[in-house]
Design a protein around this ligand. Structure first.
Ligand code: AMP
Ligand code: MG
Length: 430
């Protein structure tokens, strides 16, 4: 490093070292009770067991006729077995009658199996369709194909038995888990709460969207890419605002961030202007300026602000260049959010893809290349999305992944395989 600042580490940290240092400061948040409709992506904070059977009683898997299976023996198109239809039962009702030999009860999918019946003959195996066509309500039905005992019956407790442990603490709630919880009648459940992430952009040049732009100024992109990334990974973004490059302004905004779980700032951590951040943070907490062996996003700041004598607000200072901020977010903020939410798998999913263009890594840092991954046949192909300057955010917008050229590998040739961290999976070509 060519710097005399003692707060700059002499050696570069690896991405893993930086991430581990950050994650060490992050601990799982407390839990709360939430309506299940608000629980998507949350982690269960207690085991859940069932106090009911699912299904709650034996019921029909088809629209058809509840019968005694042996009554249908030998039934065929040419030799149908005729049964007396004595009643009908719909989903939501209870049967009023009992099936006895040579009788049948018309039954709808999900309706309880009447006493005496031990199988269901689906409409398709009867002359029901012909009856429907003629709008006749016949009281006999012709069975055209035999059924065996238990055919088309869904049994009590087949899915879940009362007393079963359904989900353990730590389960991530997806729509399927939420559906199961609803099946069991849960209205509210105990989950780890979502972290609230305070976001501050820094820089005299920044203008908030919606404001008129003056000469020399640019719009603040990072606040919005960071806030929506927070949302994407299941945190709650809290936009605090733009801090100007002076101590009063930054101090005032820091005060507003104190009540949240992590503070993410952007810019002000590169050599040009970190002094302000450093001065304030050394009075109000602690900060280290790291040089991480990655490209983009080499300068990262990490530390904390004292909230009280015993509690600290972790602070992650991302670089200002918009692509650097987003790449650093993926590597450091995303796993932090996930850890706070109680997730244990913190790595970004990655795939192996065949490179469509040669990548040169001149200074041998770990390089994250914006690529568009497409599936062609059985293989994934990755193509760089153009200008890889850390200020060129449109090449991030065109990408669905970050290809990783490892440290000290100076070139990966077109046609060779490369690891790609997937940022998005829902792209038409995949
Ligand atoms: P800095 O880290 O303050 O030296 O900023 C590096 C580069 O990122 C400069 O060109 C800044 O203008 C730009 N930049 C910083 N913050 C933002 C932001 N919030 N939105 C867009 N560009 C930014
Ligand atoms: Mg700046």
């Amino acid at each position: 490093m060519t710097t005399n600042n003692p707060n700059f580490s002499e050696n570069m940290l690896s991405v893993e070292e930086a991430r581990n240092n950050i994650l060490e400061m992050m601990s799982v948040l407390n839990s709360e009770h939430l309506p299940i409709s608000k629980s998507l992506g949350h982690v269960l904070s207690e085991d859940i067991s069932s106090i009911i059977n699912v299904p709650p009683w034996n019921n029909s898997a088809m629209d058809g006729f509840a019968v005694i299976a042996s009554d249908t023996n030998g039934a065929s198109d040419v030799n149908p077995v005729n049964l007396n239809v004595i009643d009908s039962v719909y989903a939501g009702d209870m049967p009023n009658s009992k099936v006895s030999p040579n009788t049948a009860i018309r039954i709808m999918t999900g309706a309880p199996i009447p006493e005496g019946a031990n199988a269901v003959v689906p409409f398709e195996q009867t002359n029901e369709t012909q009856q429907k066509n003629t709008h006749q309500q016949l009281n006999t039905i012709s069975i055209l194909k035999p059924v065996k005992e238990n055919d088309y019956i869904r049994f009590c407790g087949e899915d879940i038995k009362s007393g079963d442990n359904i989900f353990t603490k730590g389960t991530i709630l997806r729509p399927s888990e939420i559906g199961v919880l609803a099946t069991l009648g849960f209205k509210d459940i105990p989950v780890i709460r979502k972290p609230k992430i305070a976001i501050i952009s820094t820089g005299n040049e920044l203008t908030d969207i919606g404001e008129p732009i003056e000469l020399g100024k640019i719009y603040d992109a990072n606040t919005y890419s960071i806030a929506t990334s927070v949302e994407k990974y299941g945190g709650i973004p809290i936009i605090i605002g733009i801090a100007r490059d002076n101590e009063e302004s930054l101090n005032a905004l820091l005060d507003k961030a104190l009540e949240y779980d992590i503070l993410v700032t952007s810019a002000g951590v590169s050599k040009g202007d970190y002094d302000i951040v450093k001065n304030i943070l050394s009075q109000r907490g602690n900060i280290e300026f790291w040089s991480v062996n990655m490209k983009p996003a080499k300068p990262i700041a990490f530390g904390w602000i004292n909230k009280s004598k015993t509690t600290k607000l972790p602070l992650l200072g991302l670089p200002g260049n918009p692509v650097s901020a987003m790449v650093a977010f993926e590597q450091f903020v995303r796993p932090s959010i996930l850890k706070l939410k109680g997730y244990t798998k913190l790595n970004k999913p990655s795939i192996q893809a065949i490179l469509k263009n040669t990548i040169k890594n001149e200074d041998g840092r770990r390089m994250y290349i914006r690529v568009l991954v497409k599936k062609e046949g059985v293989d994934y192909y990755a193509e760089a999305t153009g200008n890889q300057g850390s200020h060129v955010l449109t090449s991030m917008a065109k990408a669905n992944g970050l290809a990783i050229c490892p440290e000290n590998i100076l070139e990966i040739k077109s046609g060779q395989t490369i690891e790609v961290q997937m940022i998005d999976w829902h792209v038409d070509d995949l």
